[in-house]
Design a protein around this ligand. Sequence first.
Ligand SMILES: [Zn+2]
Length: 344
Amino acid sequence: MKMPKRIIALIITVFTALAAFAGCTSQNNNTEAKQSAKNGGIDYMALVNKTHALPDNWEKQLKTVHIKNSVGDDVEVEKKAYDAYLKLKADLKKDKIEVDLDSARRSVAEQQRIMDDFTKKYGADYAAKTVAKPGYSEHHTGLALDLYLIINGKDVTENEDMIKYTKIWATIHKKLANYGFILRYLEGSEHITGYGYEPWHIRYIDDVKTAKEITEKGVTFEEYLGAASGKKVDIDYGGSKLYSKDDLKDAVIQIKCKFAFYNGFELGAVRYGGDKYITEKMLKKVQKDNPKSKYTQVAVFLMDFSTSKTTGVTKLKPDYDYKDYECILARSKDNGWEVLSFGS
Ligand SMILES: [Zn+2]
């Protein structure tokens, strides 16, 4: 069945959601977009992410179209974004690349329904960990589009299959800005966007010039809008006899994704703590604290980061540089790393 995969692709996060999102302000420099927002339309430059909620009244002002994709699903897209997408699609066809829309808009109410459903089935803790908080998904805007590929007439819709077509994605990405789109979840920027690399998730901003500028700079939308610093994060995987480099890389992506929940925090470095941290006692404790999770492995990383003036996390000091802050992760046989303790 497609639905669980789809939910995973769209909304799954593997982190604990933060309760407080204090001081969330989008610094939007685009006066034209602001003007159009004032005139009763939506602001095409609006930032919606894990710390920036969908603006009030958005859903009332949104104008959408419904289409059927090649696998027969109904997809709802913001009107201008859809027109731009059609032009992009036609352009790609010239390069013999065929794309379709996997999903675009999801309402806040729909997200709430998914959250309620997960809460009922798996409990509030699991729901909070796995489902994006209603109001904080870019898909609410109708401007975020998930593409899928059609290769030799066959629909390629699963993330793990799609990700292999790197050359095709590179061609697609090169054309995005010409139609007012940007690639949203860049590789290595997980601590800013809160998501791992997604070559299929594109965002319409209704401004070709700005889209080109963002693409040429190679920055995230957050950085462009001044909502995140572009400081490089030092990553040190150290050496491990227990874990491969890929294992450690996956763990770092999880840590970075988790970090995106902390508005205004700046991540400086992430280091593997070393195998010496991993003891039978530690694993036992993790298993005892999380009886349902079936964890079989743990890992410890150390982080350097600075907090914002209002942390929103009671145990952390505001406006403070933390060094060697421990972050514990665990995983089970069937699932990837989860960040267990960090800040909250
Ligand atoms: Zn998406």
